[in-house]
Structures are given as C-alpha cells and as structure tokens.
Design a protein around this ligand. Structure first.
Ligand code: COA
Length: 336
C-alpha cells in the first residue's frame, strides 16, 4: 500500500445560526460591511453543552457511516483544534472514548487554521509507512468561546463546527502531496494566550518573590488578538508562494484541478488564491458565507458539503490550502 485515500467525509454544525443582523444588535457593525469585507452572512454557534470533542464525535460518526467503516477499525485519531475541551487529555482521546475505538494512537495537533492540513499530512505519513490502515482526521473548533463578543474587529469573523475524514491505505493514489510551512516571526499578528498560565500567579511563590513583577503573563489577553490587515497581506503573499511550490513540483496546470477547497476565512483571500491557481470561482467550494471561519474545521466541513451535494466526485483532483496563527500555512493535493 503506497498511498492513503480519503474514503469518507463528515461534518457537524451546531443548530443555532447567528446572522450578521444578530451581530448588528451587539456591536457597531453592519451586514453590508461584513459581507463586503469578508463574504460572511451567518455562522453556527455551539450550545452550552457542546464542546470540541462532542462536535468532533458527531463529524467522525458521519464520516464513518459514509464509508461503512466501524469504529473498531480505526487505529489513529488526530484532532486539529485550537479550542480543545481540556489541555489534556487530548480531544482525540475523548473522541476515542465517545466512539468506543479500542486502544489506538490518538493525539491533538495545534496549527490554528492550518491544523487540518497538518493533521492530514501526519496521518498520510502514518499510513504510507504502514503503521496504520485507517485513520480519522478531524478539525473541530469552538471559536465562539475564544472571541471577545464586544470586539467588532474579530467577533464577526468566526463560527463553530467540526469536519472529519476517514483516511485509508490504498494502492491507488489519494493524497498526492502535502506542503507545510510555519514562520513564528508572525506570532504577534494572530494569537490567543493560554490564560491558564496566568490564573494562579498570586499563589506561585517564585512569581511573588520577584520585586519587579513584569512577566509576559501580565500582558495576557483572554481572547483572540489579530492585526487584520497584516494577516490579510501575509496570507495572500504566502499562499501565492505556496501555490508556486506545488505547481513546480507537480508541473500542475489549472485545468488539472477539479476543485479548490480552501480554508474559509475571507472571500477576498479565497478569490486571490483561485486567481493564483488560475482557476475560476465556479471550481471553488465556498462555505464562508454560511459557516464563516471555523478555523481547522473549515476545510473538512467544506469538503463534506461538496461531496454530499454531488459536486465532488471520486477520481477528481482537489487542492486544499490554509493559513492561520503561527503563522502556519500549507496545502494538500488530493486525488479523491
Ligand atoms: N464592522 C464595521 N466596521 C469595522 C468592523 C466591523 N465588524 N471591523 C472593523 N471595522 C472598521 C475599523 O475600525 C476601521 O475603522 P476606521 O477606519 O474608522 O479605523 C475600518 O473598519 C477599516 O478597518 P480595517 O481593519 O482596515 O478593515 P479591512 O478592510 O482590513 O477589513 C478584516 C478587516 C478583518 C475583514 C480584514 O483585514 C481581513 O479579513 N483580514 C484577515 C483576517 C483573517 O482572515 N483572519 C483569520 C486568518 S485564519
């Protein structure tokens, strides 16, 4: 078995829909501004009892049902998330428990909005080297709990949801290549502090002793921080460079790509990426209007929508790409 193939897709979106009109009631914004700058019209918001693991479990069940695979056949679970239920155990272990998957490899990875691409690439390596036969690769995010609901610069951008794929060993090409990148020098343009580290400062003797208490903990922010314009510019530039790398490696021509399934952050970034690939918007799967930015869940959710409505067919060539906090970015070229 030389390759890994996606044999099942699944998604879960919380039932509550929050429209731009709902944001208009909370912050100084307008539907027209949000649609023009981002393409977003609405997003799904998780209920009080929903978590990254509960949504990931629903997405995984739907992916397993689609390909008629049983939980007992899974040997690897990777959950990409920046909003895990707990710091540990990993969300992947909670999904394993929920699905009653017997002892397997299960861990989370954190690459912000590029998390699904990173997770797919890791699972592909596990399968190609023969370590496992079947893997669940999931992106699951509770972005609504990470945003400041009074900050119009960020709150209108994000939504909740989970997407999953089942990856299986195959003799036929599936994942053709993945390209992963990170550059930590952009750590300040999009980030979320770990408030857990600042919570108990008062009772930690080593910190109390310090006369001039001035640690990074003091400056921690509880919500997502973003320099929107900078993220936008770097995203367009880095995705452009990435596309050149992939085109060079595969001698890839625009007509060879059946579908671009991009990270759904912003319709203007998506259009710029389609332009760089040389493909028309009719060949782009867009869910940003109704899902908004669900971070690592956005690609598997968009993929699942287009598989279930019949646009994406077996044998077609797909291009996934994402960029997010880190900054991290990456792509996967996939024969579906
Ligand atoms: N409603 C109305 N006005 C808003 C607003 C909102 N929700 N958010 C910001 N504004 C205002 C700003 O305060 C600013 O007002 P000012 O000129 O009086 O100072 C004005 O709109 C322009 O702000 P700016 O940040 O320059 O807008 P922009 O055209 O860059 O659009 C983003 C803002 C966030 C939509 C855009 O920068 C973007 O999409 N960036 C990438 C974000 C992203 O994708 N992040 C996730 C990556 S994974």
């Amino acid at each position: 078995m030389k390759y890994s193939r996606i044999i099942g897709t699944g998604g879960y979106l919380p039932p509550t829909i929050f429209t731009n009109a709902d944001w208009e009631k909370r912050v100084d914004t307008s539907d027209a501004w949000i649609v023009e700058r981002t393409g977003i019209k609405s997003r799904h918001i998780a209920g009080p009892n929903e978590t990254a693991s509960s949504m990931a479990t629903q997405a995984a069940i739907s992916a397993l049902e689609q390909c008629n695979l049983l939980a007992k056949d899974i040997q690897l679970i990777i959950v990409a998330t920046g909003s895990p239920d707990k710091i540990f155990p990993a969300t992947a272990c909670l999904v394993q428990k929920n699905l009653s998957v017997p002892t397997c490899i299960a861990f989370d990875i954190q690459a912000a909005c590029s998390g699904f691409i990173y997770a797919l690439s890791i699972a592909d390596q596990y399968i190609k080297n023969g370590a496992v036969q079947n893997a669940l690769v999931i992106g699951s995010e509770l972005m609504s709990r990470l945003i400041d609901w009074t900050d119009r610069n960020t709150c209108i951008l994000f939504g909740d949801g989970a997407g999953a794929v089942v990856l299986q060993a195959s003799n036929e090409p599936g994942i053709l290549s993945t390209h992963l990148y990170a550059d930590g020098k952009y750590d300040d343009v999009l980030y979320l502090d770990n408030m857990q580290l600042g919570d108990h400062v008062d009772v930690i003797p080593s910190l109390q002793k310090s006369e001039n208490f001035n640690t990074p903990l003091e400056n921690m922010q509880p919500f997502i921080q973003m320099q929107g314009q900078k993220v936008f510019k770097v995203a367009v530039a880095k995705l452009g460079e990435l596309i050149k790398d992939v085109q060079k490696q595969h001698q890839l021509k625009p007509e060879q790509i059946d579908w671009l399934v991009p990270h759904q952050a912003n319709i203007r970034i998506i259009k710029a990426t389609a332009d760089k690939l040389g493909i028309p918007m009719e060949k782009v799967v867009c869910t940003v209007d109704t899902h908004s930015n669900t971070s690592s869940a956005s690609i598997p959710l968009a993929l699942d929508v287009a598989v279930r409505d019949g646009r994406i067919q077996k044998g077609q060539t797909l291009f996934f790409e994402a960029i997010g906090g880190g900054l991290t970015w990456g792509s996967a070229l996939v024969r579906f």
